[in-house]
Write a protein that binds this ligand. Structure first.
Ligand SMILES: NC(=O)c1ccc[n+]([C@@H]2O[C@H](COP(=O)([O-])OP(=O)(O)OC[C@H]3O[C@@H](n4cnc5c(N)ncnc54)[C@H](O)[C@@H]3O)[C@@H](O)[C@H]2O)c1
Length: 359
């Protein structure tokens, strides 16, 4: 299989892994800065400053698109036009309108569109999903999720990250919200959120609190900020990416009628039979961990298998769109300071016309 990687910052993770994979060739990479040039030399593959020239010049089976969010739509459409299957990074696009056009166009051109929500390939996330699916918590009543950390100051030098279409909700929060939808299979009906930029006073939020209501009555509370020293975030607690310092804490909590579960420690709390209620001791059980795997490698192997036609896409364009819709509803709620119904905002009929349900 012949693959190209467009964008060589996050994309370098894919490029390096492809170089070590049997039966897969990294044909070329695209990037337009000094870091990309240096990395292409290390990879020993041709570098194209303009990704369109790469697509025009190379014979390929599939393309991995790790360009800034606002370029996802034009890059996917450019590749689809040439019949190339795409794995595009999350968020699928900077707007739901762009995402819908990408999905339609890929369907029309009969190419596969996968979205890089790589945490759906995490062994811990899949373990969490199995536990929730097992019913051990009883009826799920609520979820509390946190993503609070401090990014380094250099991070904000890349302009697209601090302009409309960037920001921590779209770049980071989308991972947590996709995890939520994936592990619970909840259908979110409405959201109410408050967002502020009091730390950096830039165009994008630096803190957001959101309340989500699912159609089965489950309530979710989510807090995100990228400007405070704090140990509670997926990156720090699950530690799938060694770049981030590890903190042995939990970032997600699931509350059910029979018990509560903390993630990623997998500490489970319940009462013993016949001793229910706040005057009795809570029993704590640590559910054994599963073996850690590298989700990006798993995602890449899956993409190769999709190219070989031995697997169907696990994270489709539609799945990426549903997660992005939730993000857009949160942003609208922040702007207009009101509760937002997803059905109203995105017109359920249009979704059904496209042949898929919200989750
Ligand atoms: N799945 C994850 O965990 C994860 C992590 C980080 C980033 N991402 C996503 O990956 C994407 C890229 O993020 P990033 O932080 O790597 O961005 P970045 O700005 O640091 O890097 C972008 C890369 O694209 C290249 N580029 C930009 N415009 C180009 C053009 N016209 N032609 C050729 N090359 C071009 C740049 O040279 C650079 O190599 C975003 O969508 C982001 O949300 C995902």
């Amino acid at each position: 299989m012949k693959i190209a990687v467009l964008g060589l910052n996050h994309g370098y993770n894919f490029a390096q892994r492809i170089k070590g994979m049997a039966g897969v060739t990294l044909v070329a990479v695209a990037g337009n800065n000094a870091v990309a040039k240096n990395r292409a030399e290390k990879l020993d593959v041709p570098l194209f400053e303009d990704y369109k020239q790469l697509i025009d010049a190379c014979a390929l089976d599939g393309v991995i698109i790790t360009l800034p969010n606002h370029l996802h739509k034009e890059a996917v459409i450019y590749c689809a036009d040439k019949g190339l299957h795409c794995l595009v990074e999350k968020p699928i696009a900077d707007t739901t309108e762009a995402a819908r056009k990408m999905i339609d166009y890929c369907r029309y051109k009969q190419v596969q569109l996968l979205v890089g929500h790589h945490r759906r390939f995490s062994s811990k996330i899949n373990h969490l999903k199995q536990l929730l699916d097992s019913g051990m918590l009883g009826d799920l009543v609520g979820v509390n999720m946190m993503w609070a950390l401090a990014k380094d100051t250099d991070y904000f030098k890349e302009e697209w990250r601090i302009e409309k279409g960037g920001g921590p909700l779209l770049i980071n929060g989308i991972h947590d919200l996709d995890n939520l939808l994936y592990v619970t299979d909840l259908h979110i009906e409405s959201v109410y959120a408050a967002g502020r930029n009091k730390i950096r006073t830039l165009a994008v939020e630096d803190a957001t609190a959101a309340i989500l209501e699912a159609d089965d009555g489950t309530i979710i509370q989510y807090f995100l900020t990228d400007g405070v020293p704090s140990p509670w975030s997926y990156e720090f607690n699950v530690h799938e990416n060694p770049v981030f310092h590890y903190n042995e804490q939990d970032c997600y909590f699931f509350f059910g009628t029979k018990g509560s579960l903390a993630f990623p420690s997998f500490r489970f709390y319940q009462y013993s039979e016949g001793a229910y209620g706040w005057k009795h001791p809570l029993l704590e059980r640590k559910i054994p961990h599963v073996e850690d795997t590298d989700p990006i490698t798993a995602e890449l192997e899956h993409f190769v298998n999709v190219l070989k036609k031995t697997e169907q896409p696990r994270v489709t364009g539609e799945a990426g769109l549903i997660t992005l819709e939730l993000l857009e509803a949160i942003k609208l709620s922040v702007r207009e300071k009101r509760s937002v119904s997803l059905q109203e905002l995105f017109c359920g009929d249009a979704c059904e016309d496209m042949g898929f349900k919200r989750n």
